[in-house]
Design a protein around this ligand. Sequence first.
Ligand code: APR
Ligand code: PHB
Length: 403
Amino acid sequence: MRTQVGIVGAGPAGLLLSHLLHLHGIESVVVESRSRQYVEERVRAGLLEQMTADLLVETGVGARLQREGLVHHGIFLRFGGRSHRIDFDELAGGHTVVIYPQNKVVADLFDARLNAGGQIFFEAQETSIHDFAEAGPGSSLKPKIRFREHGESREIVCDLIAGCDGFHGICRPSIPRDRLAIFDRIYPFGWLGILAEAPPSSPELVYAYHERGFALLSMRSPHLGRLYIQCAPDEDIEKWPDERIWAELHARLATSDGKWTLAEGPVVQKGVTGMRSFVTEPMQCGRLFLAGDAAHIVPPTGAKGLNLAVADVRVLARAIAEYYATGKEGLLQSYSRICLRRVWKVQRFSWWMTSMLHLFETDNAFDRRRQLAELDYVASSRAASQTLAENYVGLPMEWDPPK
Ligand code: APR
Ligand code: PHB
């Protein structure tokens, strides 16, 4: 079959790209290795920068987000047993963030695409991509996506391929090794996360630095808490019965005045995630464009993964729209450069939040004092707390005309 844009992966990046292209009148086909149910139920992050939330609303997929999303105007840093609020209204020009789970973003996009007649192949097997490196100006070769559907071979012939198949996908590894540079860092810890049927014990997120390790209190709704503790990168979840997780959360999130209490509730999901920083340069090769986790990974401190994916897709959709409207290659050729400028700033922020808040096994007492001094500085200096706030609510896209 033929289409204009072939998209590999139906995560937030692939689905949003397909949706934005549709709004530009550009046809796309999405190929996804999992079932719709699996993708919709996968527990992922849940915090949207204002720019991400605004884009979903402006493009007509934000009705449920507007009904159910929880708008937050600040976060708490907790260290030395005390809480310090970072106030976005005061420090980030009134920008906010919205708590809304990624799986709902994905479900809303599935509805929009399928209602508009969009084509998504689920449970595709043995996906592979071809002829993208040689395709492009001056070549008659067209990129292709091949896969098997219920045992039958299929081929999609397109003008461009968007590789939106996440960190473990096939698109990035299909690029010849000598045409990519990889930059990465693996952290010596992970996060053990739970979803708990308990009302959140704080109206806003709490990022806690503690001598036992980092803890984060987040939420998914007024009735569902999302909580994390720093753990070993290969932590055995079997060794963490619910009581042990709660005891650790109580210890790490406690305030020294004893006035704050953590409400417990049934744990409905738990898991361990590793932490890494990873960037691919460039994010394109011939007629293949990588977006989202396929191109970069951030550690979850700061909740930037989904937002970075959305920022990539905004740039890519505009570049593809310009290409079809004018035949000009300019924006397409600049895709990687435009994205990477912002990607690296967000990488820096995610690394910085991670470094400031976690215990590193190689750290000594000097490093602990240094981390506490940094937290104290961030909490007490307007300049420092503003730096955190403006990064947290989301940096602007630098090619946007000023509003
Ligand atoms: N063929 C087809 N689809 C694939 C393949 C493949 N070989 N490999 C992976 N996929 C699919 C996955 O099943 C998944 O649905 O690609 C999709 C990638 O989605 P995500 O991993 O969610 O990545 P992305 O869309 O870039 O979203 C950004 O931000 O919050 C973070 O990591 C979190 O998923 C989030 C990401
Ligand atoms: C989440 O709710 O899953 C979450 C929130 C903030 C983070 C990371 C994860 O920094």
